[in-house]
Ligand binder design. Structure first.
Ligand SMILES: [Cu+2]
Length: 113
């Protein structure tokens, strides 16, 4: 009797431990919104852990017009001085980006499916 009870309890504990893992694997991560700040002619840190469906808000704090332009042309966000622009990540993969007006300004997005 005691042994049976222990076995049942053990089963419940295992099930409880496994359920969150199953849930995490089945459900895609909820979309998140990230911000990349452009300041003093530089793109700020690019977030890691990006997924398709996430949003990036590009914020231009400079007095100059910038762009966030993908090298593969998958996005091209115009950013007048003091303005921001948003985009949804549509493709998985690694994509370099730069500012069309200031080619020294650049960065890279790594997007998981
Ligand atoms: Cu620029």
């Amino acid at each position: 009797m005691v042994d049976q009870g222990r076995r049942a309890l053990c089963g419940i504990v295992l099930l409880a431990a496994a359920l969150p893992l199953v849930g995490a694997a089945a459900a895609p991560p909820a979309p998140k919104t990230y911000t990349v700040i452009i300041d003093k002619m530089k793109f700020g840190p690019v977030p890691s852990g990006l997924h398709v469906g996430d949003t990036i808000v590009w914020v231009n704090r400079d007095l100059f017009r910038h762009t966030a332009t993908a090298r593969d042309k998958s996005f091209d966000i115009d950013l007048p001085a003091g303005k921001s622009g948003r985009m949804v990540l549509k493709h998985a993969g690694t994509v370099g980006f730069w500012c069309k007006f200031h080619p020294g300004m650049k960065g890279q997005l790594v997007v998981a499916p």
